[in-house]
Write a protein that binds this ligand. Structure first.
Ligand SMILES: Cc1cc2nc3c(=O)[nH]c(=O)nc-3n(C[C@H](O)[C@H](O)[C@H](O)COP(=O)(O)OP(=O)(O)OC[C@H]3O[C@@H](n4cnc5c(N)ncnc54)[C@H](O)[C@@H]3O)c2cc1C
Length: 332
């Protein structure tokens, strides 16, 4: 039998594998994406017709917060090595007609090189991480789990539950596992990136847009990354996003008109793009930190656990599942 497998190299998968490795069990980590990071996604601008080609933009998670000592120590290390940065504690709040207030809250963290760079850093400390590996099926015989034909001592599925559900053979589905996988629904987001030649709005870091049918959030990516580049990322209201998932670019005219109105933009962007997140955020989360089918060591972690849906809770979920899997493997 081959060793333990972590499927998914977003923050929960990398945290799971790190906890296992720290406990002396080195898993193989695979992800179907071309790069690690999952929803902590940063894309590199190309062929924009602006001077910002080569620059990275965060098109998934906007930022993260920290409330637990365990995640704090991870973030402190990123900050000490100049990978993460305390971005802001104040966001604007807008309604459909424009800006209404500025609200102060917890420190929001970002990354100079984009949030994906933090996962790249964490993954670089693991010996065995493979991208572009799309796991198709998980079955089992009497003794062990079988992933795409290969026996595994333990498997951690660190991804949205809806994606994990597709992989697991019906013969493995206990009532508890079925409830864990199907009990949470996800809402979609379309993230629209707009690159301008120069800033044509009043300064802000991020802006929650309330009660608007088109947008929920606008991030000033230049402020977030610290280079002040004139790049905005807007998130489309999930109800509208759901109607445009088949053709995300079709939402662009509406999004640009709404951004122009809310931010009083004085120029058009030079380049725009729409990225679809079908499973962007779970609408609720299990209170438990993870799910583990004890008999065969099949675990579930991610932001549908640990009271999600956030970067920090996804990390915590993976971290705790990894520790538990390592303990059970050592004891077996
Ligand atoms: C638009 C958007 C905005 C957000 N904003 C915030 C925010 O501001 N603050 C915050 O805290 N959180 C935010 N979030 C949520 C945050 O991004 C997630 O909670 C967190 O990144 C989830 O990490 P994860 O590891 O659980 O899942 P993911 O990051 O989704 O990782 C799962 C990985 O599994 C891989 N995978 C799936 N199926 C397979 C398969 N069959 N084979 C191999 N690999 C597979 C995927 O490729 C992916 O890399 C946002 C999310 C989105 C989409």
């Amino acid at each position: 039998m081959t060793g333990a497998l972590v499927v998914g190299a977003g923050i929960s998968g990398v945290a799971c594998a790190t906890a296992m490795a720290e406990a002396g069990v080195i898993p193989l980590v695979v992800d179907r994406g071309r790069a690690v990071g999952g929803r902590m996604a940063s894309r590199t601008l190309r062929d924009t017709g602006t001077s910002f080609d080569g620059r990275v933009v965060d098109i998934g998670a906007s930022y993260f917060t920290v409330s637990t000592p365990a995640f704090r120590s991870v973030v402190d290390d990123w900050v000490a090595r100049d990978l993460a940065r305390a971005w802001t504690d104040s966001f604007h709040v807008a309604g459909s007609d424009g800006i209404e207030a500025v609200r102060t809250g917890p420190i929001r963290y970002a990354a100079k090189a984009g949030l994906r760079s933090l996962i790249v850093d964490a993954a670089s400390r693991l010996p065995d991480v493979w991208s572009s590996i799309d796991v198709a099926s998980i079955t089992a015989d009497e003794n062990s789990l079988i992933v795409d034909g290969e026996r595994r001592s333990a498997v951690a599925l660190c991804m949205p539950n809806a994606q994990a559900h597709r992989l697991i053979d019906a013969s493995l589905m206990s009532p508890e596992l079925d409830a864990a996988l199907t009990g949470i629904t996800y809402e979609p987001v379309i993230a629209v990136t707009a690159v301008f030649d120069e800033q044509c709005w009043d300064d802000f870091d991020g802006m929650f847009v309330n009660d608007d049918p088109v947008l929920t959030w606008i991030a000033n990516d230049g402020s977030r990354r610290g280079d002040e580049a004139p790049v905005l990322v807007a998130h489309v209201n999930p109800v509208l996003a759901a109607r445009h998932l088949g053709d995300p670019a079709s939402v662009l005219p509406l999004v640009l008109a709404t951004m122009r109105r809310i931010l009083s933009l004085t120029a058009q962007p030079t380049w725009v793009d729409a990225h679809r997140w079908t499973f962007a955020k779970p609408m609720a989360a299990h209170r438990e930190p993870f799910h583990l089918e004890g008999g065969r060591l099949l675990g579930l972690a991610g932001d549908a656990w640990a009271d999600g849906p956030k970067v920090e809770t996804a990390w915590l979920s993976g971290h705790l599942l990894g520790g538990e899997l390592a303990r059970r493997l050592r004891d077996s």
